[in-house]
Design a protein. Sequence first.
Length: 311
Amino acid sequence: MSFIRPDNKVIAEALGDINTLPSNMQMAVKHKVDESFQPVPTPRSGDWLRQHQEKGQTLKSFERTMSKAIPHATFKTIYIQPVGIFNHLRAAPLDVITEFSRVFFAGCEVEVLPAIDFTNSMSHRDNSGVVQYRTDGFYNLLAETRDKRDKRRELLCVAVTMADIYPDDKWNFVYGQASPLDGFGVYSFARLDPLFFKSSNKLNNTPLTDEHRIIIRRRCVKILLHEVGHLFGLKHCIYYVCLMNGANHEIEMDRQPLYLCPVCLRKLHSTLQFDVKQMYENFVNLCEKYELEEETIWYRRRLELIQEKDT
Ligand SMILES: [Zn+2]
Ligand SMILES: [Zn+2]
């Protein structure tokens, strides 16, 4: 599939009229954009944009999307439902993921539920020695356990697991999948471990090196924000290198940054109406606390830029 990189005119159209935005949001989406945001690289064989026709989602088409989460009244809580075991040495850091999600989806509550186990009725298969669970089983599980959550608070509920997952027999695996109509998603952290491909039963007992801890932390936060972003109605981004770019493999996933491009930021802002300066400040504080160095540098610089006098 041939991908045509959007030019400035196409990006301006996707962004829509920004004059009605608060002044710091105007700065966030227009000021020194070329310094902070990179163009999408030409897709190579095996890349997402080679295999999927993405036409891009403008602000207008985002606003028309019906199946998206919009916090309202008491319905502001994103529930995270761990499925299976999370108490081993290499498990995803759910507390860190929760902190980042709370800041990123500003105004929403994020709550981790007690872990539950896989049920016998969940379909699974053996893929070259790796047990994989089919994603529909997680949606059924979330529907069956709805009574355990506060219905008046639930905006979204996402299942997370250390098991590998697949949507149907046509796919080898997926990192995650969203079902926006139900407000459900399921995300697997299995492949985020750099030792996944060397995996064996012993893996869970192998202590993390500092390097691997940071890699896993960064990838877990990224997958969760990207996938929950889909539930907020954000489609895959074609405008810049962005958290919402599609990813087919590890290199593409690692290339996705932990920030939204101006078009995606504007879309999320149109729903959440956050103070972007405050949100960036909270986010950079977490990046610093959890030693995400590249992200700390990016957010600090972006904060400086959006507070410059517009010229
Ligand atoms: Zn995606
Ligand atoms: Zn984007």
